[in-house]
Ligand binder design. Structure first.
Ligand SMILES: Cc1ncc(COP(=O)(O)O)c(C=O)c1O
Length: 489
Protein backbone atom coordinates (compact mmCIF):
# COMPACT_ATOMS: atom_id res chain seq x y z
CA UNK A 1 0.00 0.00 0.00
CA UNK A 2 1.34 3.39 -0.94
CA UNK A 3 1.61 5.64 2.08
CA UNK A 4 -0.79 8.51 1.53
CA UNK A 5 -0.89 10.04 4.94
CA UNK A 6 1.47 9.22 7.72
CA UNK A 7 1.08 12.03 10.19
CA UNK A 8 -1.89 10.65 12.13
CA UNK A 9 -5.11 12.56 12.67
CA UNK A 10 -4.41 16.09 13.91
CA UNK A 11 -6.57 17.70 16.56
CA UNK A 12 -9.49 19.34 14.85
CA UNK A 13 -8.30 22.83 15.71
CA UNK A 14 -5.05 22.18 13.84
CA UNK A 15 -6.68 21.09 10.62
CA UNK A 16 -6.86 24.50 9.07
CA UNK A 17 -3.23 25.40 9.47
CA UNK A 18 -2.12 21.91 8.48
CA UNK A 19 -4.20 21.90 5.31
CA UNK A 20 -3.66 25.40 4.04
CA UNK A 21 0.09 25.56 3.89
CA UNK A 22 0.73 27.82 0.91
CA UNK A 23 3.19 26.81 -1.77
CA UNK A 24 4.55 30.23 -2.76
CA UNK A 25 6.57 28.94 -5.71
CA UNK A 26 3.53 27.41 -7.38
CA UNK A 27 1.58 30.57 -6.70
CA UNK A 28 4.21 32.80 -8.26
CA UNK A 29 4.42 30.72 -11.42
CA UNK A 30 0.72 31.11 -12.25
CA UNK A 31 -1.00 34.06 -13.83
CA UNK A 32 -4.03 33.60 -11.58
CA UNK A 33 -5.89 36.69 -12.74
CA UNK A 34 -5.34 35.66 -16.37
CA UNK A 35 -6.73 32.20 -15.68
CA UNK A 36 -9.84 33.62 -14.03
CA UNK A 37 -10.39 36.06 -16.88
CA UNK A 38 -9.97 33.44 -19.60
CA UNK A 39 -12.11 30.96 -17.70
CA UNK A 40 -14.98 33.43 -17.51
CA UNK A 41 -14.55 34.48 -21.14
CA UNK A 42 -14.06 31.05 -22.72
CA UNK A 43 -14.75 27.99 -20.57
CA UNK A 44 -18.32 26.81 -20.04
CA UNK A 45 -18.46 24.78 -16.85
CA UNK A 46 -20.62 21.68 -16.21
CA UNK A 47 -23.71 22.12 -13.98
CA UNK A 48 -22.44 25.49 -12.64
CA UNK A 49 -24.48 28.60 -12.02
CA UNK A 50 -21.90 31.33 -12.49
CA UNK A 51 -23.94 33.62 -10.24
CA UNK A 52 -22.34 31.69 -7.41
CA UNK A 53 -18.98 33.17 -8.41
CA UNK A 54 -20.17 36.75 -8.83
CA UNK A 55 -17.97 37.87 -5.95
CA UNK A 56 -15.36 35.17 -5.70
CA UNK A 57 -12.94 33.31 -7.93
CA UNK A 58 -13.80 29.97 -9.47
CA UNK A 59 -11.57 27.40 -7.74
CA UNK A 60 -8.77 26.38 -10.09
CA UNK A 61 -6.77 23.30 -9.17
CA UNK A 62 -3.28 23.00 -10.50
CA UNK A 63 -1.58 20.02 -8.89
CA UNK A 64 -2.22 16.77 -7.06
CA UNK A 65 -0.21 14.50 -4.82
CA UNK A 66 -1.41 11.36 -3.04
CA UNK A 67 -4.90 12.10 -1.74
CA UNK A 68 -4.42 15.89 -1.88
CA UNK A 69 -4.96 18.51 -4.52
CA UNK A 70 -3.68 22.09 -4.59
CA UNK A 71 -5.41 25.17 -5.93
CA UNK A 72 -3.87 28.07 -7.81
CA UNK A 73 -3.30 29.88 -4.50
CA UNK A 74 -1.19 26.95 -3.31
CA UNK A 75 -3.85 25.82 -0.83
CA UNK A 76 -3.94 22.12 -0.07
CA UNK A 77 -7.20 20.14 0.07
CA UNK A 78 -8.07 16.53 0.79
CA UNK A 79 -9.66 15.03 -2.33
CA UNK A 80 -12.60 13.71 -0.30
CA UNK A 81 -14.79 12.85 -3.29
CA UNK A 82 -11.99 11.36 -5.42
CA UNK A 83 -12.61 14.13 -7.95
CA UNK A 84 -16.00 12.90 -9.09
CA UNK A 85 -15.70 9.35 -7.67
CA UNK A 86 -12.88 8.63 -10.10
CA UNK A 87 -9.39 9.48 -8.80
CA UNK A 88 -9.43 6.14 -7.02
CA UNK A 89 -5.62 5.89 -7.00
CA UNK A 90 -5.17 9.50 -5.92
CA UNK A 91 -2.74 11.73 -7.77
CA UNK A 92 0.67 10.10 -7.56
CA UNK A 93 0.58 7.39 -10.21
CA UNK A 94 0.50 9.83 -13.13
CA UNK A 95 4.11 9.32 -14.09
CA UNK A 96 3.89 5.53 -14.11
CA UNK A 97 0.65 5.65 -16.11
CA UNK A 98 2.17 8.32 -18.35
CA UNK A 99 5.01 5.96 -19.35
CA UNK A 100 2.46 3.50 -20.71
CA UNK A 101 0.60 6.31 -22.47
CA UNK A 102 3.83 7.46 -24.11
CA UNK A 103 4.68 3.93 -25.22
CA UNK A 104 1.21 3.39 -26.68
CA UNK A 105 1.27 6.67 -28.61
CA UNK A 106 4.73 5.96 -29.98
CA UNK A 107 3.61 2.49 -31.13
CA UNK A 108 0.08 3.11 -32.41
CA UNK A 109 -1.81 6.38 -32.16
CA UNK A 110 -5.17 5.16 -33.30
CA UNK A 111 -7.14 2.46 -34.95
CA UNK A 112 -10.87 2.06 -34.48
CA UNK A 113 -12.66 -0.93 -33.00
CA UNK A 114 -15.08 -0.97 -35.93
CA UNK A 115 -14.52 -4.19 -37.90
CA UNK A 116 -10.85 -4.18 -36.74
CA UNK A 117 -9.14 -4.05 -33.34
CA UNK A 118 -5.82 -3.44 -31.56
CA UNK A 119 -4.00 -5.18 -28.69
CA UNK A 120 -4.78 -2.71 -25.85
CA UNK A 121 -8.55 -2.91 -26.35
CA UNK A 122 -8.40 -6.70 -26.64
CA UNK A 123 -6.22 -7.10 -23.55
CA UNK A 124 -8.30 -4.74 -21.45
CA UNK A 125 -11.55 -6.44 -22.47
CA UNK A 126 -10.04 -9.77 -21.41
CA UNK A 127 -8.80 -8.33 -18.12
CA UNK A 128 -12.16 -6.76 -17.26
CA UNK A 129 -13.96 -10.01 -18.10
CA UNK A 130 -11.58 -11.87 -15.77
CA UNK A 131 -12.64 -9.57 -12.88
CA UNK A 132 -16.36 -9.44 -13.71
CA UNK A 133 -19.03 -11.69 -12.20
CA UNK A 134 -19.04 -15.27 -13.48
CA UNK A 135 -20.16 -15.60 -17.09
CA UNK A 136 -19.83 -11.92 -17.98
CA UNK A 137 -17.25 -12.23 -20.73
CA UNK A 138 -17.87 -9.51 -23.33
CA UNK A 139 -16.98 -5.82 -23.21
CA UNK A 140 -18.08 -2.89 -25.35
CA UNK A 141 -16.09 0.32 -24.77
CA UNK A 142 -17.41 3.88 -24.59
CA UNK A 143 -15.90 7.21 -23.51
CA UNK A 144 -18.03 7.97 -20.48
CA UNK A 145 -20.59 6.62 -18.05
CA UNK A 146 -23.48 8.31 -19.87
CA UNK A 147 -22.46 6.65 -23.11
CA UNK A 148 -22.10 3.33 -21.29
CA UNK A 149 -25.70 3.62 -20.08
CA UNK A 150 -26.81 4.77 -23.53
CA UNK A 151 -25.05 1.75 -25.07
CA UNK A 152 -26.63 -0.65 -22.57
CA UNK A 153 -30.02 0.69 -23.60
CA UNK A 154 -29.29 0.19 -27.30
CA UNK A 155 -27.91 -3.28 -26.61
CA UNK A 156 -31.09 -4.12 -24.73
CA UNK A 157 -33.33 -2.85 -27.53
CA UNK A 158 -31.36 -4.65 -30.18
CA UNK A 159 -31.17 -7.86 -28.15
CA UNK A 160 -34.96 -7.94 -27.86
CA UNK A 161 -35.25 -7.06 -31.54
CA UNK A 162 -32.98 -10.00 -32.41
CA UNK A 163 -35.17 -12.23 -30.24
CA UNK A 164 -38.37 -11.18 -32.00
CA UNK A 165 -39.57 -8.65 -29.39
CA UNK A 166 -39.15 -5.16 -30.88
CA UNK A 167 -42.15 -3.99 -28.83
CA UNK A 168 -39.97 -3.83 -25.71
CA UNK A 169 -39.42 -0.07 -25.79
CA UNK A 170 -39.64 0.93 -22.10
CA UNK A 171 -37.34 0.91 -19.10
CA UNK A 172 -37.61 0.76 -15.33
CA UNK A 173 -35.25 2.93 -13.26
CA UNK A 174 -35.32 4.45 -9.79
CA UNK A 175 -36.19 7.87 -8.43
CA UNK A 176 -33.27 10.17 -7.58
CA UNK A 177 -30.79 7.90 -9.35
CA UNK A 178 -28.29 9.59 -11.66
CA UNK A 179 -27.43 7.67 -14.82
CA UNK A 180 -25.95 10.47 -16.93
CA UNK A 181 -26.92 13.37 -19.14
CA UNK A 182 -27.20 12.16 -22.73
CA UNK A 183 -30.83 12.00 -23.86
CA UNK A 184 -31.13 8.22 -23.43
CA UNK A 185 -29.25 7.99 -20.14
CA UNK A 186 -31.11 11.01 -18.81
CA UNK A 187 -34.39 9.20 -19.41
CA UNK A 188 -33.33 6.87 -16.60
CA UNK A 189 -32.01 9.65 -14.35
CA UNK A 190 -34.68 10.10 -11.72
CA UNK A 191 -35.02 13.73 -10.68
CA UNK A 192 -36.78 16.65 -12.31
CA UNK A 193 -33.94 19.16 -11.98
CA UNK A 194 -31.84 17.29 -14.57
CA UNK A 195 -34.75 16.32 -16.81
CA UNK A 196 -37.47 18.93 -16.95
CA UNK A 197 -35.93 21.30 -19.49
CA UNK A 198 -35.28 18.46 -21.92
CA UNK A 199 -38.60 16.66 -21.85
CA UNK A 200 -39.85 14.71 -23.70
CA UNK A 201 -36.96 12.31 -23.21
CA UNK A 202 -35.89 9.53 -25.49
CA UNK A 203 -36.91 6.45 -23.52
CA UNK A 204 -40.29 5.96 -21.83
CA UNK A 205 -39.23 5.10 -18.28
CA UNK A 206 -41.13 4.21 -15.11
CA UNK A 207 -39.28 5.33 -11.99
CA UNK A 208 -39.72 3.22 -8.88
CA UNK A 209 -38.60 3.79 -5.27
CA UNK A 210 -34.95 3.72 -4.33
CA UNK A 211 -33.92 1.39 -1.50
CA UNK A 212 -33.99 4.27 0.97
CA UNK A 213 -34.56 2.89 4.46
CA UNK A 214 -34.02 5.88 6.77
CA UNK A 215 -37.44 7.50 6.36
CA UNK A 216 -39.31 4.42 5.11
CA UNK A 217 -41.97 2.96 7.39
CA UNK A 218 -40.38 -0.49 6.88
CA UNK A 219 -36.81 0.79 7.03
CA UNK A 220 -36.06 -1.09 10.25
CA UNK A 221 -36.88 -4.46 8.66
CA UNK A 222 -34.73 -5.27 5.63
CA UNK A 223 -36.75 -8.23 4.46
CA UNK A 224 -40.04 -6.38 4.71
CA UNK A 225 -38.53 -3.41 2.86
CA UNK A 226 -37.27 -5.70 0.10
CA UNK A 227 -40.69 -7.31 -0.26
CA UNK A 228 -42.35 -3.87 -0.39
CA UNK A 229 -39.96 -2.53 -3.04
CA UNK A 230 -40.18 -5.62 -5.23
CA UNK A 231 -43.95 -5.60 -5.03
CA UNK A 232 -43.91 -2.00 -6.22
CA UNK A 233 -41.94 -3.06 -9.31
CA UNK A 234 -44.36 -5.90 -9.99
CA UNK A 235 -47.25 -3.44 -9.74
CA UNK A 236 -45.59 -1.05 -12.19
CA UNK A 237 -44.96 -3.92 -14.60
CA UNK A 238 -48.52 -5.09 -14.33
CA UNK A 239 -49.68 -1.55 -15.08
CA UNK A 240 -47.39 -0.91 -18.05
CA UNK A 241 -47.34 -4.44 -19.48
CA UNK A 242 -44.20 -6.48 -18.75
CA UNK A 243 -43.75 -7.48 -22.41
CA UNK A 244 -43.20 -3.81 -23.30
CA UNK A 245 -40.22 -3.40 -20.95
CA UNK A 246 -36.70 -3.92 -22.30
CA UNK A 247 -34.51 -3.33 -19.25
CA UNK A 248 -34.34 -2.45 -15.58
CA UNK A 249 -31.39 -0.31 -14.54
CA UNK A 250 -30.20 0.34 -10.98
CA UNK A 251 -26.98 1.10 -9.12
CA UNK A 252 -25.99 -1.59 -6.59
CA UNK A 253 -25.43 1.26 -4.11
CA UNK A 254 -27.31 4.37 -5.24
CA UNK A 255 -25.24 7.53 -5.15
CA UNK A 256 -27.89 10.27 -5.39
CA UNK A 257 -29.66 10.45 -2.07
CA UNK A 258 -26.43 9.34 -0.38
CA UNK A 259 -24.93 5.84 -0.63
CA UNK A 260 -28.30 4.12 -0.48
CA UNK A 261 -27.61 0.47 0.31
CA UNK A 262 -29.84 -2.33 -0.96
CA UNK A 263 -31.71 -4.27 1.71
CA UNK A 264 -31.09 -8.00 2.02
CA UNK A 265 -32.43 -10.01 -0.91
CA UNK A 266 -33.20 -6.96 -3.07
CA UNK A 267 -30.83 -7.76 -5.94
CA UNK A 268 -31.84 -11.43 -5.97
CA UNK A 269 -35.42 -10.15 -6.17
CA UNK A 270 -34.58 -7.89 -9.12
CA UNK A 271 -32.89 -10.84 -10.84
CA UNK A 272 -35.99 -13.03 -10.31
CA UNK A 273 -38.40 -10.36 -11.57
CA UNK A 274 -36.30 -9.73 -14.69
CA UNK A 275 -36.04 -13.47 -15.39
CA UNK A 276 -39.76 -13.94 -14.87
CA UNK A 277 -40.71 -11.23 -17.39
CA UNK A 278 -37.82 -11.52 -19.89
CA UNK A 279 -36.40 -8.10 -18.95
CA UNK A 280 -32.64 -7.43 -19.05
CA UNK A 281 -31.13 -6.45 -15.70
CA UNK A 282 -28.48 -3.71 -15.86
CA UNK A 283 -26.28 -2.85 -12.87
CA UNK A 284 -24.98 0.70 -13.31
CA UNK A 285 -21.54 0.41 -11.72
CA UNK A 286 -20.12 3.65 -13.08
CA UNK A 287 -19.24 4.58 -9.49
CA UNK A 288 -19.13 1.21 -7.74
CA UNK A 289 -17.03 -0.61 -10.35
CA UNK A 290 -13.31 -1.25 -9.77
CA UNK A 291 -13.18 -1.21 -5.99
CA UNK A 292 -15.29 1.63 -4.58
CA UNK A 293 -17.09 -0.81 -2.23
CA UNK A 294 -14.16 -3.20 -1.85
CA UNK A 295 -14.94 -5.57 -4.73
CA UNK A 296 -14.10 -5.37 -8.40
CA UNK A 297 -17.82 -4.97 -8.94
CA UNK A 298 -20.49 -4.30 -6.31
CA UNK A 299 -22.65 -6.94 -8.02
CA UNK A 300 -20.21 -9.47 -6.55
CA UNK A 301 -20.73 -8.04 -3.08
CA UNK A 302 -24.50 -8.49 -3.42
CA UNK A 303 -24.10 -11.87 -5.07
CA UNK A 304 -25.95 -11.16 -8.30
CA UNK A 305 -25.03 -11.67 -11.94
CA UNK A 306 -26.77 -8.97 -13.97
CA UNK A 307 -27.18 -9.19 -17.74
CA UNK A 308 -25.08 -6.05 -18.22
CA UNK A 309 -22.81 -3.90 -16.08
CA UNK A 310 -22.06 -0.32 -17.07
CA UNK A 311 -18.73 1.09 -15.93
CA UNK A 312 -16.51 4.18 -16.36
CA UNK A 313 -14.65 6.35 -13.81
CA UNK A 314 -12.62 3.75 -11.83
CA UNK A 315 -11.47 1.78 -14.87
CA UNK A 316 -8.82 4.42 -15.52
CA UNK A 317 -8.98 5.96 -12.03
CA UNK A 318 -9.31 9.36 -13.71
CA UNK A 319 -6.16 9.10 -15.83
CA UNK A 320 -8.13 9.08 -19.12
CA UNK A 321 -11.75 9.05 -20.28
CA UNK A 322 -13.11 5.52 -20.71
CA UNK A 323 -16.33 3.66 -20.03
CA UNK A 324 -18.11 0.58 -21.23
CA UNK A 325 -20.62 -2.22 -20.87
CA UNK A 326 -19.92 -5.79 -19.78
CA UNK A 327 -22.37 -8.36 -21.14
CA UNK A 328 -23.15 -11.89 -20.03
CA UNK A 329 -23.22 -14.70 -22.59
CA UNK A 330 -26.98 -14.54 -23.02
CA UNK A 331 -26.98 -10.82 -23.82
CA UNK A 332 -23.92 -10.97 -26.05
CA UNK A 333 -25.07 -13.98 -28.05
CA UNK A 334 -26.88 -12.29 -30.96
CA UNK A 335 -23.89 -9.98 -31.45
CA UNK A 336 -21.11 -12.54 -31.07
CA UNK A 337 -22.77 -15.38 -33.01
CA UNK A 338 -23.05 -13.45 -36.27
CA UNK A 339 -26.85 -13.35 -36.02
CA UNK A 340 -26.82 -9.54 -35.97
CA UNK A 341 -24.41 -6.68 -35.40
CA UNK A 342 -24.59 -4.10 -32.64
CA UNK A 343 -25.83 -1.12 -34.65
CA UNK A 344 -23.85 1.40 -32.64
CA UNK A 345 -20.33 2.79 -32.38
CA UNK A 346 -18.18 5.82 -31.91
CA UNK A 347 -14.78 6.90 -33.11
CA UNK A 348 -13.07 6.72 -29.75
CA UNK A 349 -14.62 3.42 -28.55
CA UNK A 350 -11.71 1.41 -27.13
CA UNK A 351 -9.19 4.14 -28.01
CA UNK A 352 -5.60 2.77 -27.78
CA UNK A 353 -4.54 5.49 -25.34
CA UNK A 354 -7.44 5.03 -22.90
CA UNK A 355 -7.38 1.24 -23.01
CA UNK A 356 -3.59 1.08 -22.52
CA UNK A 357 -4.07 3.36 -19.51
CA UNK A 358 -6.95 1.21 -18.25
CA UNK A 359 -4.75 -1.89 -18.38
CA UNK A 360 -2.03 -0.18 -16.37
CA UNK A 361 -4.53 1.12 -13.83
CA UNK A 362 -5.98 -2.34 -13.24
CA UNK A 363 -2.44 -3.65 -12.77
CA UNK A 364 -1.83 -0.95 -10.12
CA UNK A 365 -5.13 -1.73 -8.39
CA UNK A 366 -3.98 -5.34 -8.03
CA UNK A 367 -0.43 -4.47 -7.02
CA UNK A 368 -1.52 -1.97 -4.36
CA UNK A 369 -4.03 -4.39 -2.77
CA UNK A 370 -6.80 -1.86 -3.15
CA UNK A 371 -9.68 -4.22 -2.34
CA UNK A 372 -8.02 -5.28 0.92
CA UNK A 373 -7.43 -1.66 1.94
CA UNK A 374 -11.01 -0.65 1.22
CA UNK A 375 -12.54 -3.60 3.05
CA UNK A 376 -10.28 -3.14 6.08
CA UNK A 377 -11.12 0.58 6.24
CA UNK A 378 -14.85 -0.08 5.78
CA UNK A 379 -15.14 -1.62 9.24
CA UNK A 380 -13.32 1.27 10.90
CA UNK A 381 -15.18 3.95 8.94
CA UNK A 382 -18.51 2.33 9.86
CA UNK A 383 -17.57 2.30 13.55
CA UNK A 384 -16.34 5.89 13.54
CA UNK A 385 -19.46 7.11 11.73
CA UNK A 386 -21.63 5.27 14.23
CA UNK A 387 -19.87 7.18 17.00
CA UNK A 388 -20.61 10.41 15.14
CA UNK A 389 -24.38 9.81 15.21
CA UNK A 390 -24.61 11.87 18.40
CA UNK A 391 -23.27 14.99 16.65
CA UNK A 392 -25.58 17.87 15.75
CA UNK A 393 -27.72 17.40 12.61
CA UNK A 394 -26.70 13.80 11.89
CA UNK A 395 -29.84 11.79 11.16
CA UNK A 396 -28.33 8.75 9.48
CA UNK A 397 -25.00 7.34 8.34
CA UNK A 398 -24.74 4.63 5.71
CA UNK A 399 -22.55 3.17 3.02
CA UNK A 400 -19.84 0.62 2.32
CA UNK A 401 -16.20 0.48 1.32
CA UNK A 402 -15.01 4.01 0.58
CA UNK A 403 -18.53 5.15 -0.36
CA UNK A 404 -20.43 6.74 2.55
CA UNK A 405 -23.07 9.34 3.24
CA UNK A 406 -24.08 11.33 6.31
CA UNK A 407 -27.71 12.43 6.11
CA UNK A 408 -28.45 15.70 7.85
CA UNK A 409 -31.67 16.62 9.64
CA UNK A 410 -32.80 19.82 11.28
CA UNK A 411 -34.14 18.10 14.39
CA UNK A 412 -32.48 14.92 15.59
CA UNK A 413 -35.41 14.00 17.85
CA UNK A 414 -38.03 14.03 15.11
CA UNK A 415 -35.80 13.74 12.02
CA UNK A 416 -37.53 16.85 10.69
CA UNK A 417 -35.70 17.87 7.52
CA UNK A 418 -34.34 21.33 6.75
CA UNK A 419 -36.59 23.49 4.58
CA UNK A 420 -35.31 24.39 1.10
CA UNK A 421 -34.36 27.84 2.30
CA UNK A 422 -32.63 26.66 5.47
CA UNK A 423 -30.76 24.00 3.55
CA UNK A 424 -29.55 26.63 1.15
CA UNK A 425 -27.93 28.69 3.89
CA UNK A 426 -26.95 26.01 6.40
CA UNK A 427 -25.58 23.47 3.97
CA UNK A 428 -24.55 25.21 0.79
CA UNK A 429 -23.11 28.24 2.54
CA UNK A 430 -22.08 27.64 6.17
CA UNK A 431 -21.19 23.95 6.15
CA UNK A 432 -19.72 23.84 2.69
CA UNK A 433 -17.53 26.92 3.30
CA UNK A 434 -16.37 25.60 6.65
CA UNK A 435 -15.31 22.23 5.25
CA UNK A 436 -13.43 23.92 2.41
CA UNK A 437 -11.87 26.39 4.87
CA UNK A 438 -10.61 23.42 6.85
CA UNK A 439 -9.16 21.87 3.70
CA UNK A 440 -11.71 19.23 2.75
CA UNK A 441 -13.24 18.86 -0.67
CA UNK A 442 -16.31 16.67 -0.60
CA UNK A 443 -19.86 17.06 -1.72
CA UNK A 444 -23.03 18.26 -0.09
CA UNK A 445 -25.75 16.66 -2.11
CA UNK A 446 -29.42 17.46 -1.85
CA UNK A 447 -31.00 15.81 -4.82
CA UNK A 448 -33.22 14.21 -2.19
CA UNK A 449 -32.51 14.81 1.52
CA UNK A 450 -29.26 16.69 2.28
CA UNK A 451 -26.25 14.44 2.68
CA UNK A 452 -22.51 14.86 3.03
CA UNK A 453 -20.99 12.42 0.57
CA UNK A 454 -17.67 10.82 1.41
CA UNK A 455 -15.77 9.01 -1.27
CA UNK A 456 -12.04 9.23 -0.59
CA UNK A 457 -9.50 7.70 -2.98
CA UNK A 458 -9.22 3.95 -2.53
CA UNK A 459 -5.56 4.31 -1.53
CA UNK A 460 -6.49 6.48 1.49
CA UNK A 461 -5.52 5.08 4.88
CA UNK A 462 -7.46 5.43 8.13
CA UNK A 463 -5.30 8.31 9.31
CA UNK A 464 -6.48 10.38 6.38
CA UNK A 465 -10.08 9.21 6.71
CA UNK A 466 -10.05 10.09 10.41
CA UNK A 467 -8.78 13.52 9.45
CA UNK A 468 -11.71 13.90 7.05
CA UNK A 469 -14.14 12.86 9.78
CA UNK A 470 -12.51 15.29 12.25
CA UNK A 471 -13.06 18.11 9.78
CA UNK A 472 -16.71 17.14 9.28
CA UNK A 473 -17.17 16.99 13.07
CA UNK A 474 -15.70 20.45 13.52
CA UNK A 475 -17.73 21.83 10.60
CA UNK A 476 -21.01 20.50 12.04
CA UNK A 477 -20.23 22.04 15.43
CA UNK A 478 -19.48 25.30 13.63
CA UNK A 479 -22.89 25.13 11.91
CA UNK A 480 -24.59 24.62 15.27
CA UNK A 481 -22.72 27.60 16.76
CA UNK A 482 -23.57 29.73 13.73
CA UNK A 483 -27.25 28.88 13.99
CA UNK A 484 -27.24 29.69 17.71
CA UNK A 485 -25.60 33.03 16.95
CA UNK A 486 -28.40 33.78 14.44
CA UNK A 487 -28.39 34.17 10.71
CA UNK A 488 -26.78 37.38 9.47
CA UNK A 489 -29.30 39.65 7.74
C1 LIG B 1 -24.15 5.80 -11.66
C2 LIG B 1 -23.74 6.71 -12.76
N1 LIG B 1 -24.06 6.42 -14.03
C3 LIG B 1 -23.70 7.20 -15.05
C4 LIG B 1 -22.98 8.35 -14.84
C5 LIG B 1 -22.57 9.22 -15.99
O1 LIG B 1 -21.20 9.14 -16.18
P1 LIG B 1 -20.40 10.26 -17.01
O2 LIG B 1 -20.40 11.49 -16.17
O3 LIG B 1 -19.05 9.66 -17.20
O4 LIG B 1 -21.13 10.43 -18.29
C6 LIG B 1 -22.60 8.70 -13.54
C7 LIG B 1 -21.82 9.92 -13.28
O5 LIG B 1 -21.53 10.30 -12.18
C8 LIG B 1 -23.00 7.87 -12.47
O6 LIG B 1 -22.69 8.17 -11.21
Amino acid sequence: MTATHTTGAPPVSDSLSLQHSVDLNAEAALDKAGLQRNLREHLLLNFTNMGRYAESDVPVFVRGEGCYIYDADGRKFIDGLSGLFCTNLGHSFGEEVGEVAKQQLSELVYTPTWTVAHPSAIKLAEKIASKAPEGMEHVFFTNSGSEAVESAWKLAREWHWANGEPQRTKAIARRYAYHGTTMGAMSFTGYAFAREKFEPLAVPTHHVSPTYAFRHHLGHDEEALTAYLLEEIETVLEFTGPSTVAMLIAEPVQNSGGSIMPPKGYWQGLRDICDKYGILLVADEVITGFGRVGHWFASQRFDVVPDMITFAKGVTAGHAPLGGVILNEKTAEPFTSGKTMFTHGNTWSGHPLSTAIGLKVLEIIERENIMENVLANEVLIGARLDDMRSLPFIGDVRGAGHFWAIELVKDKETNEPFTEEEADWVLRTVLSDEMARRGLLCRLDDRDQPVIQLSPPLIADMALINEILDIITAALIHVEDTIKAGRPS
